[in-house]
Write a protein that binds this ligand. Structure first.
Ligand SMILES: NC(=O)c1ccc[n+]([C@@H]2O[C@H](COP(=O)([O-])OP(=O)(O)OC[C@H]3O[C@@H](n4cnc5c(N)ncnc54)[C@H](OP(=O)(O)O)[C@@H]3O)[C@@H](O)[C@H]2O)c1
Length: 267
């Protein structure tokens, strides 16, 4: 029996670059910090010049993805404002079927101010809604489909049940990406070919785990809500193991103890 050398690590276990001196600084808003208005927020959550896939999640301090099974208990007015801003600037909103079912997603609508912003920036009034599902266990009468301002897309794979495919095909464009399972990279490429370069995923955890595994996440917006949720709620990502990926911190915003973190992919 021989002892094989350990595989080389790109990063140390904490994700820090080897050989870089530790430097700790305190981040605190200056006493005269002015609150950010809607325009200032848009500058901090801009459309990017190139194709980007962003993810937005809210978690408790102890890492819970839900309270009593829903994300609503973790969110607050400032989180909703940023959530709405991210929706406003995206071309397509991607969400897993589990979140659509649990959170009873309704039609993707924006208020008049956000629609006006989009028109002024040469964008369609509403982003495209994209649902990812293997089983196509989706209700065509759910408002996300029945009341949609523009026809949504459902991404699935070639082996999805044909009867469900034709049923959901009445209310959405069905995109086949992959044979026995959904190929998320192919789905993202398809959306980009349709002109949707700014993609925003609102989860949930299984979809996020798969996006991470496929190395498709370019930016991460994490809201840390000042709550200890306890209980047995899952974390924000679940999926196959893979190498950790380094992210760089772009900004930290705060509102009443809630933190809003923006991380971008490290090159
Ligand atoms: N805190 C937050 O910010 C936040 C955000 C979103 C969701 N949530 C919570 O998360 C919970 C839902 O968790 P979840 O993991 O079930 O959510 P999810 O990832 O949205 O849904 C899982 C389902 O989505 C489809 N799916 C996901 N990844 C896929 C992939 N790679 N390929 C094909 N289909 C894929 C499958 O649908 P089919 O079963 O149809 O095949 C799968 O069963 C809810 O309680 C919700 O409230 C929290």
């Amino acid at each position: 029996m021989v002892r094989l050398p350990a595989p080389a690590r790109r990063t140390d276990p904490a994700g820090h670059r080897a050989g870089v001196a530790v430097r700790i600084v305190e981040l605190r808003p200056p006493a005269d910090a002015r609150p950010l208005d809607g325009e200032a927020l848009t500058v901090r959550y801009p459309r990017n010049p190139g194709p980007t896939l962003r993810v937005n999640f809210v978690t408790s301090v102890d890492g819970a993805v839900t309270i009593d099974g829903y994300s609503a208990g973790l969110s607050g007015p400032a989180d909703k404002l940023i959530f709405g801003t991210l929706r406003m600037v995206c071309d397509a909103l991607i969400v897993g079927a589990g979140t659509v079912r649990t959170e009873k997603y309704d039609a993707l609508r924006l208020d008049a101010g956000r629609r006006a912003w989009r028109r002024a920036h040469g964008l369609p009034e509403f982003p495209l809604m994209v649902v990812v599902s293997r089983s196509l266990d989706l209700d065509p009468e759910q408002e996300i489909f029945s009341d949609a301002p523009i026809r949504p897309i459902v991404v699935t794979h070639a082996s999805a049940p044909a009867d469900r495919r034709s049923m959901i095909g009445k209310v959405a464009d069905v995109v086949i990406a992959g044979d026995g399972d959904v190929d998320l990279a192919a789905a993202v490429a398809d959306l980009r070919r349709r002109g949707a370069t700014q993609l925003l995923s609102e989860g949930g955890p299984q979809l996020l785990g798969a996006l991470i595994a496929a190395d498709l996440v370019d930016e991460f917006f994490l809201t840390v809500s000042p709550l200890l949720a306890g209980g047995d709620a899952g974390r924000i990502a679940t999926g196959p193991d893979g190498p950790p990926r380094e992210m760089s911190l772009r900004h930290v915003l705060s509102s009443d103890g809630t933190l809003f973190l923006r991380y971008v992919r490290s090159i």
